[in-house]
Design a protein. Structure first.
Length: 518
């Protein structure tokens, strides 16, 4: 025992030394922060559009909020040896060399809380809807670490969009990151807005983040959400196209922080980033002005990290950590259908799947213009209602084959009977997958349409009469088959008895629709 005594004493002394050192270090840091240096000031030495170079502020921290003499704000972005590169959060026309800059001691943050529901704000929490000022709310940093692996749970609950082509063929789960990409004017924002509208009675909170979009487009989105009573469960965060690039850059991070607040309370949240192409351009703008080295397409090399650290914050938490989820729908714009560009390939590798919108389908009037062959969901299929698997299991492959066959059929004047039958069936599949904007369907209604499609009930109808027959099915399904609808919504499989009951119903409904006429 005596042989071990010196060792024990040495260990105890070493622990005491560590404790004393840590206590002294904390005391020094506390005293330094207490001095912050609300007194520490610097001066502007150079101003460009969206950025300012500041001399002084030797103790400033990364992302710390800085206040200029005219009560405008920015945040520390580049921490050089003698100067600070500051990204402006307000217009800087009045800034000039010699303007005083003061530290605030606060890291860039945004307000969070249930009081934000129904509001339109900028990333700093300033109201843009003419409503009352948001005061007294808890504030959280815009930049926060993503939840660790051990805090995450598997994606297990579907996020219904109300659109047959998405819910049936490319499903999305709560906690998933599903990229929406396509050329300009192909309906990307419409898919996101319809998904938000479809969450009205689901308990999902929605955050719509506009980045660099025209004010008229954003106003149209807000008006649509209000017209469909969707603002009650939504928050709109705007980094407008005429705002400084720094505001556009921090907008998605602030919106994610707002969503995380609800996620950690056990709520399910959907966040839409519209769009991350503009976000990448805003980051490129401030980076090049601050002389960060350019890389491919003039984007700084860390643009991948910029987007990955944002999207990694979307997840489904384990029950012991709240059990909430944050589902992300990032939107990006491609040029001439080029999905191999720098930003698209980056985001495709970060996300869990993508919805590709085809300009060709859009111009043909096939809405939503989702290209089924180029779209994929790597997670959502595991969360899909079991009834979909019974009626739409092979539909995606069959539809993709039809689209390929349709291309070759244009070059042939003579087609055999099997090819004609395949083309006729494919045209009916396409017609059924069409869906007008804002005309969203419940799960049983979607299942009813797919049962009619897979059972051949639409085969005898001209293509231009399918829509009318579908509407008749949707309006009478709940009344005629209430028990089957309940079992579908409860997550039960569609057994043979239920399938035959639905099959008889759709055949009868189509016959009635034909008798009634237009």
């Amino acid at each position: 025992m005596n042989d071990h005594a010196p060792t024990d004493a040495a260990t105890t002394g070493f622990r005491d030394l560590i404790h004393e050192t840590a206590t002294l270090f904390k005391q020094v840091v506390t005293e330094r922060d207490a001095r912050v240096d609300a007194c520490e000031t610097g001066t502007v030495v150079e101003v460009s559009r969206g950025i300012a170079t500041v001399d002084g502020l030797p103790n400033v921290q990364s992302d710390e909020l800085l206040r200029f003499a005219d009560n405008r704000y920015g945040f520390a972005f580049n921490l050089d040896r003698h100067r600070v590169g500051c990204v402006l959060l307000d217009e800087g026309e009045s800034l000039q060399s010699g303007t005083t800059v003061q530290r605030t001691g606060r890291v860039l943050d945004t307000p969070v809380g249930a009081e934000l529901l129904g509001r339109v704000i900028d990333p700093l929490g300033r109201p843009l809807d003419g409503g009352h000022r948001l005061a007294g709310l808890k504030r959280m940093p815009c930049e926060r670490p993503a939840p660790g692996i051990m805090r995450r749970a598997g994606v297990s609950v579907p996020l219904q969009t109300g659109m047959k082509v998405v819910d049936g063929l490319i499903p999305i789960g709560r906690g998933q990151r599903q990229l929406v990409l396509g050329d300009r004017q192909t309906g990307k924002t419409s898919i996101a807005v319809d998904t938000i509208i479809n969450q009205r009675n689901s308990g999902v909170i929605c955050v719509y983040c506009s980045i660099g979009q025209r004010s008229t487009n954003v106003a149209r989105v807000i008006a649509t959400l209000r017209a469909h009573d969707a603002m009650e469960h939504s928050i709109v965060v705007i980094g407008a196209d005429d705002a400084p690039p720094g505001v556009q850059f921090i907008a998605p991070y602030a919106a994610t922080t707002i969503g995380e607040f609800f996620m950690h309370q056990g709520r399910d949240v959907l966040i839409v980033y519209d769009d991350l192409t503009s976000h990448a351009r805003a980051y490129r703008h401030v980076s090049l002005l601050l002389r960060r080295p350019p890389g491919r397409e003039a984007f700084p090399g860390d643009i991948f990290f910029v987007h990955s650290r944002l999207l990694e914050r979307s997840t489904h938490l384990r029950e012991k950590f709240g059990g909430g989820s944050l589902t992300a729908l990032p939107i990006i714009e491609t040029e001439a259908q080029n999905v191999s560009g720098y930003i698209p390939t980056n985001l495709i590798s970060i996300t869990d799947g993508q919805l590709y919108l085809s300009p060709k389908l859009f111009h043909l009037g096939v809405l939503p213009a989702v290209d089924v062959g180029r779209s994929v969901s790597r997670v959502g299929g595991k969360t899909q209602f079991p009834a979909y698997r019974r009626v739409a299991g092979d539909l995606r492959l069959a539809y993709s084959q039809f689209e390929e066959l349709e291309k070759f059929a244009r070059f042939s004047s003579q087609l055999d009977e099997d090819t004609r039958a395949t083309l006729d069936r494919g045209l009916r599949v396409r017609e059924v997958l069409k869906q007008a904007r804002h005309e969203l369907l419940s799960v049983p209604q979607q299942i009813g349409s797919m049962v009619a499609l897979t059972s051949g009930a639409f085969d005898s109808l001209p293509v231009d009469q399918i829509r009318q027959a579908e509407q008749w099915i949707h309006s009478t399904l709940q009344q005629e088959c209430p028990a089957v609808c309940e079992r579908i919504l409860a997550g039960n499989k569609l057994d043979d008895q239920d399938f035959q009951r639905l099959k008889r119903f759709v055949h009868r409904a189509i016959a009635e629709a034909v008798q009634v006429g237009p």
